[in-house]
Design a protein around this ligand. Structure first.
Ligand SMILES: [Ca+2]
Ligand SMILES: [Ca+2]
Length: 188
């Protein structure tokens, strides 16, 4: 009777020890943890093949009053997160290419171009949406327009801008030039 009790006790101890050992060794290991920030990177392209952080997109020559010209390019989200806000900011510089005889008669500022007073950005088309702008390039100088689109990582979207030199543009902007810098900003 006494032996039986001992055996029972011994068994209980063994079982208890076994459970304790199982709990102590049940360890999950997690090594090499790291936190890295997401990457925001948008790039532009003319042909949709190679994308650049900086790229000249267009050059329009011999523009005449009444003419409409389009500029098309592509933007790619090269980062690792969704771009939820995309803006385009304009910086405009007017210059005189030369003074034509008919221009001289009406333009008293040979150092400053007048094209930006007349040249109008009619609209921006992106991912099936049209943003009606209808502002002169001079009015757009320094302005930021939000494009109502999002870009998933790896996604490419085409952007088309329509410029128009209205019929009323006079001789003062003959042989004038305009230098447009577009900045695209992407954010969460
Ligand atoms: Ca001038
Ligand atoms: Ca001029």
């Amino acid at each position: 009777m006494k032996r039986t009790t001992k055996v029972v006790l011994a068994l209980i101890l063994v079982i208890t020890a076994g459970i304790s050992k199982a709990i102590f060794t049940d360890t999950a290991i997690s090594r090499g943890n790291s936190i890295e920030t997401a990457e925001f990177d948008v790039a532009i392209s003319k042909d949709g093949k190679r994308f650049y952080n900086e790229l000249k997109l267009f050059e329009m020559n011999n523009l005449l009053p009444g003419e409409t010209r389009k500029s098309e390019f592509q933007i790619k989200n090269r980062g690792t997160v969704e771009v939820k806000k995309l803006t385009i900011t304009f910086k405009v510089r007017n210059y005189e290419v030369r003074m034509s005889p008919s221009e001289k008669a009406v333009d008293s500022t040979p150092e400053t171009g007048e094209l930006g007073k007349w040249l109008v950005l009619r609209s921006i088309h992106v991912k099936g949406k049209s943003i009606i702008v209808n502002q002169t390039l001079n009015a757009l100088n320094g302005k930021t327009i939000t494009l109502p689109v999002t870009l998933q990582p790896g996604e490419i979207a085409g952007i088309e801008m329509t410029f128009e030199l209205p019929d009323e543009a006079g001789n003062e902007c003959q042989t004038d030039g305009i230098d447009i810098t577009l900045r695209l900003d992407a954010s969460q």
